[in-house]
Ligand binder design. Structure first.
Ligand SMILES: Nc1ncnc2c1ncn2[C@@H]1O[C@H](COP(=O)(O)OP(=O)(O)OP(=O)(O)O)[C@@H](O)[C@H]1O
Length: 431
């Protein structure tokens, strides 16, 4: 299907209620400075042009591997960080560059729950002091007084009001996260951004905290943005899920659509990494895709589609042209030239890149042969190779034709990895 045809297939936007949060072209580049004069020598492109909306009362899950910019995105939309570009609108108001006083009312409406329940609570303060801090900061006097309200909040999150005078060290990780939640809810926010809220907790406790957040959402009509590094946590609570890769959103879809028919190969790889309790999808267990290597450095992300250096479907167009985040199915947006479960967007471009050849080796033959979910491009390769069991071979053969040239360009193109990241951390000392 041509690009024009693809666009034509996209239905007109539905006339829905205005979103609570609207993000357009959001960018955060952390400058990379060197030497005595601290000259800027580059930038960490942590968030590099993302668009999404958060609807009222929904939970938007944001997933992606470590370093892909999720936390930075969370801190941008809560305006704990100043964006380098783009626009953030909260309830119709442009909050992109609001100053401290302009932000004051927003601080009540938007709260954040942090990952580390140990580090985020001041060990020298009592629980009462911690949970009542937002009232003091905002100069708010709740009905019945601060102490009574804090005790109500403690009860709301499943703790005892008697915990008021205790200290954080007297609590378990799960209880501390409940305290963090109570603090976040103190000012009756409308939106809560939770950055890996349960990943520091034991698995048995994770479910309790997730359920608590779910119950509180129903009770208080909250809107959530929940950030997680894999899909196992967000799958149970999200209405929609945004998948991030190297500072970009690569897929954004309703939860069920994303689980049942992921369209971006990266989403598929993330999904294949989580155990599947759903018996209907148990057969899909064999589709385990192991992504090779780490996420490339956000200082010099790969050209074209940023995922092309790790994608088993990558062709020349992926290296040269960045795919737009297009709504290929109603409510499902994906940035991929060769999406899964949909018509290939660049069917003429079939010669695999060298990187794809390597990644392809990790996908078992029988998966490609049996799976009705593989893309039209791979299916064409299968037919050409005359035999389902030869799928991987066919890929290798097709790839081999172009390997000599492509490999050379690939390598020249490959971004600096690991060490560059370490350098950034040292440079900024901020993470
Ligand atoms: N203050 C900063 N200065 C410089 N670089 C930063 C800063 N904060 C984040 N980064 C870099 O931006 C990139 C994205 O980081 P971010 O924490 O947003 O990713 P993440 O997906 O949330 O990862 P994690 O799950 O590990 O926190 C990383 O390369 C990180 O090193």
């Amino acid at each position: 299907m041509s690009e024009t045809e693809t666009r034509a297939a996209v239905p007109a936007p539905r006339a829905e209620e205005k979103p609570l949060l609207k993000v357009e072209g959001l960018v955060k580049h952390f400058p990379l400075k060197k030497g005595l004069l601290q000259r800027q020598v580059g930038a960490v492109k942590a968030v590099d042009g993302i668009d999404f909306e958060v609807r009222r009362g929904e939970t938007l899950g944001v997933v992606g591997e470590s370093g892909c910019g999720k936390s930075t995105m969370g801190r941008l939309i809560t305006r704990l960080l100043e964006p380098s570009g783009g626009r953030i609108e909260f309830d119709g108001q442009d909050i992109t560059h609001l100053n401290t006083s302009g932000m004051r009312p927003l601080r009540r409406d938007v709260q954040m729950i942090f990952q580390d329940p140990y580090g985020s609570l001041n060990p020298r303060h009592t629980i009462g002091t911690i949970v009542s801090a937002p009232f003091k900061l905002q100069g708010v006097e709740p009905e019945g007084g601060v102490k009574k309200e804090v005790q109500r909040l403690l009860e709301l999150v499943g703790l005892s009001p008697e915990h008021y005078n205790r200290y954080p060290h007297e609590f378990s990780g799960g209880q501390r996260q409940r305290i963090g939640i109570a603090r976040a809810l103190a000012l009756k926010p409308r939106m809560v951004v939770a950055d890996e809220p349960v990943s520091a907790l034991d698995v048995s406790i994770q479910a309790q905290v997730v359920n608590l957040m779910d119950d509180l959402q129903d009770e208080l009509g909250l809107t959530y943005v929940i950030i997680a590094h894999d899909l196992s946590v967000v799958r149970h609570v999200s209405d929609r899920i945004a998948v991030m890769y190297l500072g970009k959103i690569v897929e954004l879809a309703d939860r069920d659509a994303l689980y049942q028919s992921p369209m971006h190969p990266y989403t598929k790889a993330l999904l294949s990494a989580v155990p599947i309790p759903d018996p209907r999808r148990r057969g899909a267990k064999s589709e385990r895709i192991l992504l090779k290597g780490d996420v490339p450095s956000p200082i010099s992300p790969p050209s074209g589609c940023r995922f092309h250096t790790r994608c088993w479907k990558a062709t020349e167009v992926c290296r040269t042209t960045e795919p737009p985040l297009a709504e290929l199915k109603p409510g499902q947006r994906v940035a991929c030239h060769h999406p899964e479960n949909f018509d290939d967007q660049q069917p003429q471009d079939v010669v695999l890149l060298a990187a794809a050849k390597e990644a392809g080796e990790l996908v078992p033959d029988e998966v490609l042969a049996q799976s009705a979910e593989t893309s039209a491009a791979v299916a064409a390769e299968v037919e050409a190779a005359a035999g389902a069991e030869a799928v991987a071979d066919a890929e290798l053969v097709a790839g081999a034709e172009a390997v000599a040239g492509a490999e050379a360009t690939e390598k020249a193109d490959a971004p600096a990895e690991g060490p560059a990241e370490t350098e950034v951390a040292k440079e900024t000392g901020d993470k």
